[in-house]
Design a protein around this ligand. Structure first.
Ligand code: 0X9
Ligand code: ZN
Length: 258
């Protein structure tokens, strides 16, 4: 059980925010962000915005969705991306968990080859990590209103769809939520994933969106490529703070709407 719930009060039928970090092993700023988040978004925070958010929403934080891969980047290969599951018909290890969800699974933008960095797995939710997240969200889909998943790098805020070039039904609203660049000095790009970066089916954001979580965002944190995945520790606080401001702003907007 690796999930941290943040909750205040006894209000029934509270809405909720889900946030996961560390889907991809080498994106170290992502688990760091989840730790930054729980330190700041806490019931004892003096900040009125945070009190407001926690009075209206519970928060479920998964600090590392891919713990085996994350560990492997500390011990063996800093640039590992996938999880560490063994396949029966190949000596290559690992499935890309962000290609393993059931959203146009394994179509263009994913690979069915176990040696690929974007291997989609044997079938949707074949991996315990993605299955566990999908099961949790399925059983909490009536309360979870905002799905957030944290990656790096490239400084972008992406939303559905990435598994097709079609526009999401509330595309314009998602654009308006993502258009908060002034909070972080105009350095984040934003847009639908498929058109902004590339087609990439089987992602958790698209899957959560299709489940009915109409506010679903992927953050790609710092930087823009100078250090890439090897973001120096001195950049952690800036990278996390600017993203935290964005997350708080989006959460407040979701509360307004719902
Ligand atoms: O390709 C990905 O999974 C993400 N980029 S990363 O460099 N962190 O690997 C982008 C995910 C966007 N959303 C979906 N593809 N569903
Ligand atoms: Zn990633």
């Amino acid at each position: 059980n690796h999930l941290l719930p943040i909750s205040v009060g006894e209000k029934q039928d509270k809405k909720a925010i889900w946030i996961d970090c560390g889907i991809h092993a080498r994106e170290w700023i992502s688990p760091a962000f989840c730790m930054w988040f729980v330190q700041n978004v806490s019931p004892i925070s003096p900040e009125p915005n945070i009190t407001h958010i926690l009075n209206h929403m519970d928060v479920y934080v998964l600090p590392v969705m891919n713990p085996d891969g994350y560990k492997y980047t500390w011990t063996t290969n800093r640039m590992w991306r996938k999880n560490r599951s063994y396949s029966t018909d190949s000596s290559c290890v690992g499935v890309d968990l962000n290609r393993n969800f059931d959203a146009n699974w394994c179509t263009e933008g994913a690979s069915d080859k176990p040696c690929s960095e974007i291997y989609c797995g044997a079938f949707p939710e074949s991996e315990p990590e993605s299955e566990a997240v999908a099961n949790f969200l399925r059983s909490h889909k009536d309360s979870v209103q905002l799905y957030l998943t944290i990656h790096s790098y490239s400084q972008m805020l992406l939303f559905p769809y990435s598994c097709t070039l079609d526009e999401a039904e509330n595309h314009n609203e998602l654009v308006s939520f993502a258009k908060i660049r002034r909070y972080y000095r105009n350095t984040y790009k934003y847009g639908a994933g498929g058109k902004t970066i590339y087609l990439a089916p089987g992602g958790s954001d698209d899957w959560a969106y299709n489940l009915g979580i109409k506010y679903s965002f992927t953050f790609e944190l710092q930087d823009r490529g100078r250090y890439g995945f090897l973001l120096p520790p001195s950049h952690i606080s800036k990278a996390c703070n600017e993203a935290l401001i964005a997350v708080k702003t989006i959460a407040l907007r979701v509360i307004e709407k719902t």
